[in-house]
Design a protein around this ligand. Sequence first.
Ligand SMILES: Cc1cc2nc3c(=O)[nH]c(=O)nc-3n(C[C@H](O)[C@H](O)[C@H](O)COP(=O)(O)O)c2cc1C
Ligand code: SF4
Ligand code: FES
Length: 583
Amino acid sequence: MDLRLLVAEPSEAERDAVDSVLGPPASTNGHAAHGGHEVREQRHLLLPALRAVQRRAGWVSEGALAYVCKRLTVPPAEAYGVASFYALLALEPRPRRVVHVCDDLACRLVGGVELCEELERRSPPGAVHASPCLGLCDRAPAALVTVAGTEPAEWAVAPAALDRLGPNSKAPPLPQSGSRELRLLRRVGVADPTSLDDYRVHGGYEPLRRAFELGPESVVAAVTEAKLLGRGGAAFPTGRKWDAVARNPARPHFLVCNADESEPGTFKDRVLMEQDPFAVLEAVTVAAYATGCERAYLYVRGEYPLAHERLEHAIAQARAAGLLEGPDFRLDVEIRIGAGAYICGEETALFESIEGKRGEPRNKPPFPVDVGLFGKPTVVNNVETLVNVLEIVRDGGAAFAATGTAESTGTRLFCVSGHVERPGLYELEFGATLRDLLELAGGPARLQAVLLGGAAGTFLRPDEVDVPLTFEGTRTIGATLGSGVVMVFDETADLADTLLRIAAFFRDESCGQCVPCRVGTVRQEEALHRLAAGRARGDERATLDELAQAMRDASICGLGQTAANAVVSAIDRLGVFANGSAQ
Ligand SMILES: Cc1cc2nc3c(=O)[nH]c(=O)nc-3n(C[C@H](O)[C@H](O)[C@H](O)COP(=O)(O)O)c2cc1C
Ligand code: SF4
Ligand code: FES
């Protein structure tokens, strides 16, 4: 694209799409408004504006980009940098209807790659794209269909097939459906996710009422007493985070619900948002009240259209019913939709994305509790973490801490996929072992490996299934629960192929900001390809170890720091590539 693009003109449709986000231009004499503090303050609307163009026109042309730049006074090179960062924004013309077919870990076990190739053969150029995990791994193979136009539409399909790509939003029942042990999932499949009244019938908005009775400080104290640890991957104590923001004198405070869920194999937050959206919103409201946040953002990955719809609906209903306010408290809530970038799940990359920039992680410190979104104190929590807060406020911190184990309190959601009889989302009290979970899900007779924690996680051997699925239990065997992924591989699975896909994922998703990760993820993939082709160059194992160490020690963020975990664990624990002399 030629970056002297301010001369290009938008089409009427593109202009309308941008104006639908930014409002009509201030000047009406045919020229868009220029400059000014007010306009620059709208910079955070850059991604929503680009997304609106994508949905209306099917791609972002030079003219559309030029118009967005004029309206927001953003330099063209910068806007291009943002537009080119996100996989769901196209900078070349595309057909109006596009199918994104998942060729990631669970889907390639059941023909996702072949489905993608066959659809490509049968479709016009540019109408089919291979995609990383779409968060539907329990119903693999998955696809996402997007249709641009005056009435744009997006829908997910799973399982997808050549003749099965139409919309069908009917969710399958939970594998543990009807179990009285379910806590976080107890309303899923039971309460109508589109009805505020039904949510209330099932106990909804009791916790918020209780929170208002307790007052902000007591809510933070209860969360601290509950010993709740973050479920987004880093397992940070939620109470400590909340306390730091609540006490921070700088204003305003922001709350960000991290619903970017892009770790391959993860789909728990999607189920909560689609099937119990009022609970997610109520939890956000409680958290904002406790920490003194005036404004909350729900950052939802772009590939979850049903979650967007259900959450938008829940917000509108709650607002109309006066449920976003309380004593000395009024909350603005807004959904922000991602555009296809795994790295935007990293909390500071997420802030950059909301601010209308490329999703590049910031150096820490300063931490978000001090300098977060728009430079202000910010609470950022995962969807599952937040939903736990409803239990804590309702039953008390001590009751919550009495469940699970001493270090891992409460329950945990596990995303089970791959070679099991009953894939799906499971909820278990902390303390259960991997064996317990595999028995529930119908694990294979001939287990080859389990990937625990996602692409950034660890491969386990069949003799390691007695590990307790707790933070401390997995730590003792050098593994991690990560985002709750439990992907099961029987003896038929080609683990070398799985590792190549993981390496490609990290190479693709690295934001490229720091050298160890940008170069390391490429070199790692190259070494694995040489091993897979039987063309090992010297001691490839030593090369992989060196790369792993450099990425772990010198990368800015968790993506680079964990990009070698699964690869190294598969080589170490399972002897993958042993014949190609990785050892
Ligand atoms: C590359 C990368 C991707 C991440 N993706 C997510 C994500 O999709 N959802 C999430 O909640 N946390 C994700 N995280 C973790 C967040 O940075 C952060 O720790 C989390 O949102 C904090 O919430 P919690 O304390 O409730 O877990 C990611 C981290 C990294 C390094
Ligand atoms: S580690 Fe990778 S993803 Fe993270 S900042 Fe560096 S290049 Fe970007
Ligand atoms: S949806 Fe395909 S791997 Fe997750």
